[in-house]
Ligand binder design. Structure first.
Ligand code: F6R
Ligand code: ZN
Length: 195
């Protein structure tokens, strides 16, 4: 662990950090049950287990005063008509925010609060997205031929709560239909008062 100021570089061209401690890979099987089209999921799984996204992290202590940061790379592709995406999560400490800077590609961030308020905001190169405290977030790559690469920063004590999203998904799904990106309702999503 470095306990002095340090510098590193984000290469947009290679979608890589000049230095990192941890490399996480998430494959289709890691998102079992998260895509709407089960038949398309099974067909893709029959061919293999494609890599959906990768995270490169620089290790820091998980303390409130620290800032965890790294690079998220969502590869292009579809499961049926649904774009490749991250699992998505709330922070365990709900009152913690996150900042994303889009380095490469195009996509959207799907977000929602525990009360069911939702938002979908674009990722464009050079754009900065602020995810306020309490908003669950999922990155979606809507560029069908290019990686979506974002640099993220969030408080060291945030933690990750995947449970709610694993159970019923986000309120909105992002799909590719008739040559365009559409935001549609997720039929499995239940309003908080009906859970
Ligand atoms: C950290 C954060 C990102 C994501 C990454 C992968 O709080 O939001 O680093 O962890 O984009 O997404 P998940 O964690 O949802 O698999
Ligand atoms: Zn997060």
């Amino acid at each position: 662990m470095i306990d002095r100021p340090f510098v590193f570089h984000v290469s947009a061209a290679d979608a890589i950090l000049s230095t990192y401690d941890r490399h996480i890979e998430r494959r289709l099987s890691d998102l079992n049950g998260m895509f709407a089209d089960g038949v398309a999921y099974d067909a893709l799984r029959a061919e293999g287990d494609p890599l959906l996204y990768e995270v490169y992290e620089i290790q820091r202590p998980e303390l409130a005063g620290e800032l965890l940061h790294g690079l998220s790379v969502v590869h292009p592709g579809l499961v049926g008509d649904e774009y490749f995406m991250t699992k998505g999560h709330f922070h365990s400490v709900l009152e913690t925010a996150e900042v994303y800077y889009c380095v490469k590609g195009e996509g959207v961030m799907v977000m929602e609060t525990p009360e069911g308020e939702w938002a979908v905001e674009p990722f464009r190169v050079g754009g900065v997205l602020y995810v306020p405290p309490r908003w669950a977030h999922r990155s979606v790559n809507t560029g069908l031929s290019e990686d979506l690469v974002t640099f993220f920063v969030y408080p060291g004590n945030a933690g990750h709560d995947y449970g709610t999203i694993e159970t019923q998904g986000f309120r909105k799904r992002v799909i590719h239909r008739q040559g365009e990106t559409q935001i549609v309702d997720n039929p499995r999503w239940l309003a908080p008062e009906n859970r």
